[in-house]
Design a protein around this ligand. Structure first.
Ligand code: AMP
Length: 217
């Protein structure tokens, strides 16, 4: 299965994608995670992307498209299917993805939109903490780590992402509305878009996929 997961920052894309990856055994491709890894390793991509990410702006399309092209060519994604988390975020990226899939003789099965109100996004992200070592996600109120600042899963140090501070979150929401909304229209016109209530359970996106598959069968 090849799925795109779209939603504002804080909608829970990473959490929902992890459930889908586990259930379907497909590659979870998160552009945010790939970029953060590059920033930590100070690669050429990381050095170029860092200032955009810190201020909540989008990394330029050219860099993103090159990055996704290389990742989708890897055997797990190319032959086993994938869930794209955080890409495409602009119309230009959506069109490039279509061309790329066409070259690979592949197509998308579904695009899931995780819908969530702005106030909920701000509340969730201000309270979000992450473990950069293993990717585990915590919430200081709803789901804190057992020992403060220490990851339950790997013992790594838990941090607050620089872009999870309120002014940056507001900017990320504005960018989402301006740049990513056209992507929703693009997929809606092609009958691929399905809306999932992100306030529901963490497996809501997976259940939507199951119901789409049921409809197709
Ligand atoms: P995320 O973890 O998906 O919220 O992404 C964190 C940051 O990485 C975003 O605020 C952007 O600066 C950058 N980013 C991730 N994916 C993309 C993309 N498809 N296009 C442009 N920038 C991206």
């Amino acid at each position: 299965m090849r799925v795109v997961l779209i939603g504002p920052p804080g909608a829970g894309k990473g959490t929902q994608a992890a459930v889908i990856k586990e259930k379907l055994g497909i590659a979870h491709v998160s552009t945010g995670d790939i970029l953060r890894d590059n920033v930590i390793k100070k690669t050429e991509i990381g050095l170029e992307a860092e200032s955009f990410m810190e201020s909540g702006r989008l990394v330029p399309d050219g860099l993103m498209i090159g990055m996704i092209k290389a990742r989708l060519a890897e055997s797990d994604a190319a032959s086993g299917g994938f869930i794209l988390d955080g890409f495409p975020r602009t119309l230009h990226q959506a069109e490039a993805l279509d061309r790329l899939l066409e070259e690979m003789s592949l197509s998308l099965d579904a695009v899931l939109l995780l819908a969530v109100p702005d106030d909920e996004v701000v509340k969730r992200l201000c309270n979000r903490r992450v473990c950069p070592s293993c990717g585990a996600i915590y919430n200081v109120i709803a789901c804190p780590a057992k020992a403060e600042g220490i990851c339950d899963a790997c013992g790594g140090r838990i941090i607050q992402r620089d872009d999870d501070r309120e002014p940056v979150i507001r900017n990320r929401l504005a960018v989402y509305r301006e740049r990513t909304s056209p992507v929703l229209d693009y997929y809606e016109k092609r009958g691929l878009l399905h809306t999932v209530d992100a306030l529901e359970a963490t497996d809501a996106a997976m259940r939507m996929l199951e119901s789409i598959e049921g409809t197709k069968a």
